[in-house]
Design a protein around this ligand. Structure first.
Ligand SMILES: Cc1cc2nc3c(=O)[nH]c(=O)nc-3n(C[C@H](O)[C@H](O)[C@H](O)COP(=O)(O)OP(=O)(O)OC[C@H]3O[C@@H](n4cnc5c(N)ncnc54)[C@H](O)[C@@H]3O)c2cc1C
Length: 387
């Protein structure tokens, strides 16, 4: 599509597209059907250095910014794949790079860059507190040179395909802090070690081929050197990862949006009913055009959020708004795509129903549309707080 504003970063786009071309629709469809992890695909991305995009050059990565990382994720989704299998490494990376110690950076980044270690997991959500993150009940109590963790997490992605997880836990009880966002800390958890003693992983089968799990912590011991940054400041640090995640997911939705509008445009131009292509009807054209316009508009906000993140500026509002706009646009594009494929939209071999399920997730995770509206109302427009 010639008019997209989307053709910057050509070298990255061409490189990722060439790799993705080796993994056609059929590959992703088969992986989805058997609910497998796209191991070969993630391996290839790692081997070619794409998963180390954000790692500074001195630690073996390419030292790129979130903008470039978002282009990589966008291209994966635009090719028909699903970045959900591997985007954790991108959004977790900034948390480690920005807030980790030099010793932590040296210990982990070179190994992540070569693919020896994967940093794909982030454990924040809990079953009884949901989006009310500062109320989490998982605790980490200092005992000598270790922290002892007890509690539970839910919906934690890619635990079984990662070596490391960033975990948010409360280190000072809520009753003893001035602000509810204080007293939370983040830790780097060695997943395989944790599974030997103290952490139990229970998979949650779900609508998308996206590995999620319940985690149970029963006196899990974490060495004190795995605390990231200062104790009690974890909420501020985790926001770096959460903002990066929102921006990356906005880019993925944009990739999906292009995938849906391109697929449906081709289909309706070829499919003839009542003696002419169905795409000749304005009732068919307009929803597709509308979705495309919204994808393009969301893309502008996504690049603004990326720019702010990479310049170290506050980007909470832009990251949330980009995610909101992009997830809405990709969902509208998905609806138009499935609608105008008629019955074929529901056939697995067209891949529309798979991408439809995948993009639907982003209305709810990693933050629901309502919570973004609430953020903008209360933090940007300064309306009275509802919670
Ligand atoms: C496939 C998948 C992968 C995930 N991966 C991870 C992961 O790797 N790590 C992790 O930590 N979490 C993960 N999550 C969790 C995800 O971030 C949460 O599901 C999401 O933030 C919503 O939280 P919740 O499910 O607890 O919903 P709740 O907080 O219970 O909210 C339910 C719904 O109620 C509405 N709502 C709630 N409060 C309000 C309010 N005040 N005003 C208006 N509406 C409101 C919203 O519409 C929301 O969708 C994942 C979830 C899924 C489904």
């Amino acid at each position: 599509m010639a008019v997209t504003i989307n053709e910057d970063y050509q070298d990255i786009r061409e490189g990722v597209r060439a790799l993705c071309a080796q993994f056609p629709d059929e590959y992703h469809r088969n992986v989805d059907e058997v609910r497998a992890y796209p191991e070969e695909f993630v391996e290839a991305l790692t081997r070619e250095g794409w998963m180390a995009a954000l790692i500074p050059e001195e630690y073996g990565g390419s030292g790129l910014g979130l903008t470039e990382a978002s282009v990589i994720m966008e291209e994966i989704n635009r090719s028909g794949g699903n970045s959900g299998a591997c985007h954790g490494q991108m959004y977790n990376m900034n948390t480690l790079i920005r807030h980790g110690s030099e010793a932590q950076r040296q210990a982990y980044l070179p190994k992540i860059a070569t693919g020896e270690l994967r940093l794909q997991s982030m454990g924040v959500t809990e079953p009884t507190t949901g989006t009310d993150t500062t109320k989490i009940k998982t605790t980490a109590v200092k005992k000598g040179d270790r922290y002892v963790v007890n509690g539970q997490k839910v919906w934690i992605s890619r635990v079984q395909h990662s070596d490391l997880m960033i975990l948010l836990a409360r280190t000072t009880p809520l009753t003893e802090v001035k602000k509810k966002s204080e007293g939370l800390s983040i830790f780097l958890v060695d997943i395989k070690e944790a599974m030997k003693d103290g952490m139990t992983v229970k998979p949650i089968p779900n609508m998308v081929n996206h590995e999620t799990n319940e985690l149970f912590f029963d006196h899990l011991e974490i060495p004190e050197e795995n605390l990231i940054g200062e104790e009690g400041k974890g909420f501020k640090y985790i926001l770096t990862g959460l903002n990066a995640e929102r921006v990356l997911i906005a880019a993925e939705c944009i990739g999906d949006g292009y995938w849906f509008t391109e697929r449906v445009s081709k289909y309706v131009s070829e499919r003839e009913v009542f003696g002419r292509p169905i795409g000749q009807n304005q009732g068919v054209q307009f929803p597709i055009a509308e979705a495309f316009i919204e994808v393009e508009a969301a893309n502008l906000m996504r690049f603004d959020a990326c720019r702010r993140f990479d310049s170290g500026l506050d980007c909470g509002a832009q990251a949330n708004m980009a995610k909101y706009l992009a997830a809405k646009a990709s969902w509208e594009a998905a609806n138009a795509c499935i609608q105008f494929h008629g019955g074929f939209g529901f056939a697995n071999e067209y891949d529309v129903e798979r991408k439809f399920r995948e993009t639907r997730l982003y209305q709810v995770a990693p933050i629901s549309t309502n919570l973004i509206l609430s953020y903008v109302a209360e933090h940007v427009l300064k309306l009275p707080r509802s919670f």
